[in-house]
Design a binder for this molecule. Structure first.
Ligand SMILES: [Zn+2]
Length: 538
C-alpha cells in the first residue's frame, strides 16, 4: 500500500492516529479524492461492475467483428464507438489529426489525464465465420478481423466506463480519454496523432492487444519502419509495333526490386524489408507508362531506419536513371520501435495476476483444439497459466512493428496483452479470426477490461506510481528524443483501402450484428457452439 493510499484510507475513516509527517501528503490526498474509499475497495467495486457489463463487452466485440473495416475506412466502427461513448457522457472530437475515422473521447477534468488507446481496423482477405475451425469466409476474399482488433475497444471502453462511474460516484479528480488506433495494420495513424498534439497533456496511456496470453512487457519492443511508395513515370508505346518508342515504368520497378534484393545481403540481419507492386501496367501489349511499388523498411532505431530508407530511395532513383523514367516518392507512414514503461507494466502485471485467466468452458477448449488440428499446430487448447513478467531480452531480432510505439516515446505507455485468441493460429490470417466473435474473445475481453480498469485506478489514486512512471519515462527519453520519421507536412494516407472497402460494403451491411435481436453474433449467423469435436492427440 502506498502512502497516498494509506492517507486516503485514513481520511476516509477519520482516524486520529495519522502520523504527523503524513499531514502534507494527507492534504494532497484529500484534494485527490476527498470521499473515495480505499483503493482496494474501489478495485473490488470495479471488478464487480465489469463483471456486470459482460453483455456490453460482448456486444462491442461482436459488433466491431461484423463491421470488419480496413484501416482508414473504419467509419461504422468509429460511429458506433463515438455514439456509445457520447451516450455515456464523454465529449467526442471527431475527425482529429486529419483522419475522418480518428476521434478523441474525453470525460472528467483536471489531472491526471489517463488515456486508453487500442486498434480498431481489420485486415484484407481475412473474412472468417467465427466459431468455425476451418477456412470459411463470410465473404470470399473479403476483409475480416484476422488479427482480432475487434476486441480491443471492448476492453478499453468497458474499463473506461467503469472507471468513470467510480470517479463520478466518489468524486475522484482526473480526466479519461479514449483514442482509437486507426489503421494500425498500416502503422499509419499514431505519428499523425502525436504531431497533432493529441497527447500533449496526457500523463499515461494504457493500450491493449489481443493475444492468447495474459501479460505485458516493458522496455524496447519490436522494430520501427518507414512505409513509402515509389511511383515511376515512363512513356507508353505499342509493345510490339514500336517498343523502342516506349520507356517502361514497370522495368524501373523491377530493377529497383532486383537492386534492393542484391543489397539485402549486405544489410544487418536485424533489418526487415518487403514490398508489393501496387501498380504495374495495364496489359502486355502496352508499354506501362506508370508503375508503383510500396516498401516497408524496418530497423531497430531512428538512425538505422532513416539510413535504410535513404538506401531504398537511392536505388529507386538509380532504377529511374537506368530506364529513362522519372521517380517520385510518397511517404505513407512511419513508426519508431516501441519502448514501454516499467513501473506501469509492473502495476498492470500485478492486476493481471489478481484478475487471473478466464475460466474456459469445454466448448471453448474444443473450438481451440479443433482449430489447432486444422492448422497443424500443437493441440494444446487454450492457455490457463499467466506467464511471468520478464525483463526485455538482450538480443532483439527483427520482427513486426506497431505504431503505438510513437505514443510510447511521447507519454508513459504500456500495452496489455489479453487472452482472447487461440495459441498456434497464424498472424494476419483468417485463422486468427476464428475465436474473435466467440465466448473465447468475450471472456478474454472481460478479463482484459478488469486489468485495464484496475491499472487506471492505480494511476488515478496512487501518486507514487505516476511519479515513478514519469521518472522512468524521463530516463528513457533523456538521451533519445522522439522525432518523426515522416517528412514535414505529410498528410495521413486516408485514401488507402477506400476502393477495397467500398466493394465489400453492401455485403458487409447484410452481415451487421444486431444485438437487439440476437444474444450473440454466433446466434445471428446460426453457428453451433461448441463446434464438432476435434481429433484427439496421437
Ligand atoms: Zn495488431
Amino acid at each position: 500500500m502506498t502512502i497516498i493510499q494509506k492517507t486516503v484510507q485514513e481520511i476516509g475513516y477519520g482516524t486520529a492516529m495519522t502520523p504527523y509527517r503524513l499531514v502534507p501528503l494527507m492534504l494532497a490526498g484529500a484534494l485527490l479524492a476527498a470521499q473515495a474509499p480505499p483503493l482496494e475497495q474501489l478495485k473490488q467495486e470495479a471488478l464487480e461492475r465489469i463483471e456486470a457489463r459482460r453483455d456490453l463487452t460482448q456486444q462491442i466485440v461482436d459488433s466491431i467483428f461484423s463491421f470488419a473495416e480496413l484501416g482508414f475506412q473504419e467509419f461504422e466502427t468509429s460511429a458506433y464507438l463515438t455514439a456509445l461513448l457520447e451516450k455515456q457522457g464523454f465529449q467526442v472530437a471527431r475527425g482529429v489529426a486529419g483522419m475522418p475515422t480518428a476521434f478523441v473521447a474525453s470525460w472528467g477534468s483536471g489531472k491526471p489525464v489517463i488515456g486508453f488507446m487500442a486498434d480498431i481496423d481489420g485486415r484484407p482477405e481475412t473474412s472468417q465465420k467465427p466459431g468455425v475451425p476451418y477456412h470459411a469466409p463470410l465473404i470470399p476474399q473479403g476483409p475480416g478481423h484476422g488479427e482480432g482488433h475487434n476486441a480491443h475497444q471492448a476492453v478499453n471502453v468497458t474499463a473506461a466506463l467503469v472507471v468513470k462511474e467510480l470517479m463520478e460516484r466518489y468524486k475522484i479528480p482526473g480526466t479519461l480519454r479514449v483514442y482509437p488506433g486507426v489503421a494500425e495494420e498500416l502503422l499509419a495513424s499514431r505519428t499523425y496523432m502525436v504531431l497533432a498534439g493529441l497527447f500533449r497533456d496526457v500523463d499515461a496511456v494504457l493500450s491493449c492487444h489481443i493475444s492468447s496470453d495474459f501479460g505485458t512487457a516493458y522496455g524496447p519492443a519490436g522494430s520501427g519502419l518507414v512505409s513509402t511508395e515509389y511511383t515511376f513515370l515512363g512513356r507508353s508505346a505499342h509493345s510490339a509495333g514500336a517498343p523502342w518508342a516506349g520507356r517502361s515504368a514497370l522495368d524501373a520497378v523491377e530493377l529497383m526490386n532486383v537492386g534492393w534484393n542484391y543489397r539485402r545481403e549486405h544489410l544487418r540481419p536485424e533489418h526487415r524489408s518487403h514490398y508489393v507492386i501496387v501498380e504495374g501496367g495495364d496489359q502486355p501489349n502496352v508499354v506501362p507508362p506508370r508503375a508503383r511499388v510500396w516498401y516497408f523498411f524496418r530497423e531497430l532505431d531512428y538512425d538505422r531506419i532513416r539510413e535504410l530508407h535513404e538506401i531504398g530511395t537511392r536505388i529507386a532513383a538509380a532504377a529511374a536513371q537506368m530506364t529513362d523514367t522519372t521517380m517520385s516518392e510518397r511517404v505513407l507512414a512511419a513508426t519508431w520501435p516501441g519502448h514501454f514503461n516499467r513501473p506501469m507494466a509492473e502495476a498492470l502485471y500485478a492486476n493481471i495476476r489478481r484478475v487471473g485467466m478466464p475460466r474456459w468452458s469445454e466448448a471453448d477448449q474444443q473450438l481451440a483444439r479443433a482449430a489447432q488440428a486444422e492448422l497443424k499446430a500443437k493441440l494444446v487448447g487454450l492457455r490457463t497459466e499467466i506467464p511471468e513478467l520478464r525483463p526485455p531480452s538482450e538480443a532483439r531480432g527483427g520482427g513486426g512493428s506497431d505504431d503505438i510505439a510513437e505514443v510510447s516515446w511521447n507519454v508513459p505507455t504500456v500495452v496489455l496483452r489479453f487472452p482472447g485468441n487461440i495459441p498456434g493460429m497464424i498472424g494476419h490470417h483468417w485463422s486468427s479470426g476464428i475465436a474473435m466473435a466467440t465466448p473465447i474473445a468475450h471472456k478474454g475481453a472481460t478479463a482484459g477490461a478488469k486489468a485495464q480498469a484496475l491499472t487506471a485506478l492505480d494511476l488515478l489514486l496512487d501518486a507514487e506510481l505516476l511519479t515513478k512512471a514519469k521518472e522512468y519515462f524521463a530516463e528513457q527519453t533523456r538521451q533519445t528524443q522522439w522525432k518523426s520519421l515522416i517528412p514535414e507536412g505529410t498528410l495521413p494516407p486516408i485514401h488507402l483501402n477506400r476502393e477495397k472497402m467500398e466493394r465489400f460494403r453492401p455485403e458487409l451491411r447484410k452481415l451487421r450484428y444486431d444485438p437487439g435481436r440476437y444474444k450473440s453474433y454466433l446466434e445471428q449467423l446460426g453457428v453451433a457452439y461448441p463446434p464438432p469435436a476435434a481429433p484427439q492427440p496421437q
